[in-house]
Design a protein around this ligand. Structure first.
Ligand code: F6P
Length: 361
């Protein structure tokens, strides 16, 4: 291919803290070092469906304050799969060709996609069909992407969940209550296990470890016998009820999302243990706000490395974090290896060694 002159960047899927820091780094490296143009595409691939495509040139002057700002200046979406795009008349249509056309209308030589596993799978499929030079940057508070130890947004989410436990600790002790904190994470328990250990939870429930309500009751009773007047429980949103069913809520536009397991636990615990129980659902607080220093650092390193991959002509790759270094891996392998909590890993072992109940006895 010819020399790179203009690249596009988009954010896809749920937002998280640190996306703007990555955009900032991409602009700095691409514009400042290589002298390329960078086009920020609006609302993920949806910007490429508009005519003219919704995108604007990002210069160094646009990067002020991006390091510390939450969300994404480009906008994003986690709905509207382009291969089954919902049309106004209620039908669905494959609009991948329109996206490819939008990319070419912008005169882009390469595209940086910042996303989680679902978004990256879709972007890769489009890139393969349309001959788009794609490089990916991993982001997700769920931290469930393969081939990278960390994704942008995870550290901030863990910090927020830990702070929530720190705060709940005191009010729990003051009122002699069982406090339950429900956190996000999609199908993985990374946020819950990390924040649970860091925030001193007594019980950590993650989807990877099957639990019994009886084991939870027993642990709370043991704490009470030892003189503790409160207990802190953190539960990941994908933890099922005892019948093995996921607990979900349906929002507007028929969007079904995980949520409600905290209340399920509270109802059972208060009925069986006789303890006053309250639930805090942390929700999107975990995704918003100022990125942690670690997320800013990783996002910056990822942004620089992604631009360097383009400069080296290495496409269809995702930057990742392994053993204190930025690496690059095929996007295909990153999305093929879902990263659940390792049951033999350090965090699970540490939790057990600290006497934290994981719900399995
Ligand atoms: O994947 C990120 C995530 O925040 C999950 O942890 C959560 O289940 C989901 O997105 C929430 O999605 P929405 O923003 O559509 O409510």
């Amino acid at each position: 291919m010819g020399e790179i002159q203009r690249i596009g960047i988009l954010t896809s899927g749920g937002d998280c803290a640190g996306l703007n820091a990555a955009i900032r780094a991409v602009v700095h490296r691409a514009v400042g070092t290589y002298g390329w143009e960078v086009y920020g595409i609006s609302k993920s691939t949806q910007g490429l469906l508009q005519r003219p495509p919704a995108a604007h040139n990002l210069g160094l002057e646009d990067t002020y304050r991006l390091l510390v700002s939450g969300g994404t200046i480009l906008g994003t979406t986690n709905k509207g799969n382009p291969f089954a795009f919902p049309m106004a008349d209620g039908t669905v249509k494959d609009r991948s060709e329109d996206i490819i056309e939008g990319y070419h209308q912008l005169g882009l030589d390469a595209l940086i996609g910042i996303g989680g596993d679902g978004s990256l799978a879709i972007l890769r499929r489009i890139a393969t069909l349309g001959g788009i030079n794609l490089v990916a940057i991993p982001k997700t508070i769920d931290n469930d992407l393969g081939s990278t130890e960390r994704s942008i947004g995870f550290d901030t989410a863990v910090n927020i969940a830990t702070e929530a436990l720190d705060r709940l600790h005191f009010t729990a002790a003051s009122h002699s209550r069982v406090m339950i904190l429900e956190v996000m994470g999609r199908d993985a328990g990374h946020i819950a296990i990390s924040a649970g250990i860091a925030g001193g939870a007594d019980i950590i429930l993650i989807p990877e470890v099957p639990y019994s309500l009886e084991a939870i009751y027993q642990h709370i009773r043991t704490l009470q016998e030892r003189g503790r007047n409160f207990a802190l429980v953190i539960v990941a949103e994908a933890v099922c009820n005892e019948l093995g069913e996921k607990i979900t809520q349906t929002h507007a536009f028929s969007q079904c999302r995980l949520g409600g397991v905290g209340q399920y636990l509270a109802d059972n615990i208060s009925a069986s243990v006789g303890a006053e129980t309250r639930v805090t659902v942390l929700g999107h607080v975990q995704r918003g706000g100022i990125p942690s220093p670690l997320d800013r650092l990783i996002a910056t390193a990822f942004g620089v490395a992604a631009v360097d991959l383009i400069a080296e002509g290495k496409f269809d790759r995702m930057v990742g974090w392994q053993h204190r270094q930025v690496v690059s891996v095929p996007i295909e392998s990153a999305i093929a290896h879902y990263q659940a909590v390792d049951l033999e890993g350090t965090l699970v072992k540490t939790a057990r060694a600290m006497g934290i109940c994981l719900g399995d006895g």
